[in-house]
Ligand binder design. Sequence first.
Ligand SMILES: [Mn+2]
Length: 422
Amino acid sequence: MTYAEFVKAEAGALNFEKVSAKIEDARGKKALVYCHDDPDGITSGIILKRLLEKKDISVTVKVPTTMELEESRLKKDIVNHKPDIIFVADKATMGYYDAYADIHDNIIILDHHPLLGEELKRVTVVNPVLGAYQRCSGSSVAHMLASFCGAVDRSDDIAALIGLKGDWAIEPATEDISDYVKPFYDGVKEKYAWLLNKIDSRPTMFEVKQRAKTTLLNQAAEIIFALGGGGFQYFYNDRDKELADVASGRFAFDNLEEWLKNPQPFSSEGAFIGAFPDASRAKKIFEYYLSDWEKTASLMHKADIVKTVDATDIYLFKGENVKLMPMVGSVVLYELPSDKEDVMFIMFSDMGGKGVHFSFRSRTGKLHCGNFAHALALAFQNAIGKEYASGGGHPFAAECRTKKEFPVKEIMCIFEEKLSAL
Ligand SMILES: [Mn+2]
């Protein structure tokens, strides 16, 4: 199936006719676009902005540091910007968003996360995973919509690829491509061979199962991740006075959007970052990111085995305000020595007054990370209150956080109890 055929086939389930009509109706009017502050959210926002501007719509983009769109933020922005149409891109599909129809009558949720809560009936949803789960990205969904509206060019293609890489839906370095995005990927892979070819160069956060090969796309996506805080709010404002006023998601968005206005092939990650309008600050941020990565990785390599169960070695790492924690741990997971079938890596970061953060990573998911994280969160909720702890995830990767100051000794007691019950 060609990409054009695929877009046509998906158009019904993705409400493309309806959304395309809404976009046509908004010609000459104002749009407000929200996007997530990770590489996929940023590229989703860029593709939407480009599409809307091609339709003579004036666009304001917001890149908040929160994942979900809060009612208070939406209300305030509507008063300030008076938009005729609102897009919420890559910011989850929450059942409670449906009530936002009372605040504005032209809201479109464009997303690729599974629905959480009740089905949405009053706001328009563009989301391919409402039926069965698909590995894809907000950027690829935005690209499909823009293609349906007849408005894509190479800038949108490259943006879609960066978002797909950022959300792990494509792996050009190992040729693991999600089925759902194959029609798009196969359609562009020759054209962007310079971006997708395997190279011997610095391995990135995406080189988890192997570190020998990478691609320029992987390096570019990691740079956008570093500049934007990656959706985990790893910011560098306090490192250097020149960076004090950088708003990370916005900074990444603006630099990438500007570069994409005339995207020239580049031959190294340095050449990519050097072509940004604010290259000097971008380079500074990326250097801090790389040095944080090295520091955290060397600490994590000292983690100890705390238990072996179910042919799985369980390693535990403990630190304070650990930078880039789950990302570095995803790589370290494969470097920890073990002769068992599986390894589970549990990372713990004490964030002082802000609570604690546990991350879980597993090579094969023999012990379910998500179940452990969820059970741990429930135990924390019992101790400190329902609203102050949350946790869950997938067999291979999960997170658990508390949002309240609580004695770390007691937190670790609860954790040890859960660990010994495994
Ligand atoms: Mn995403």
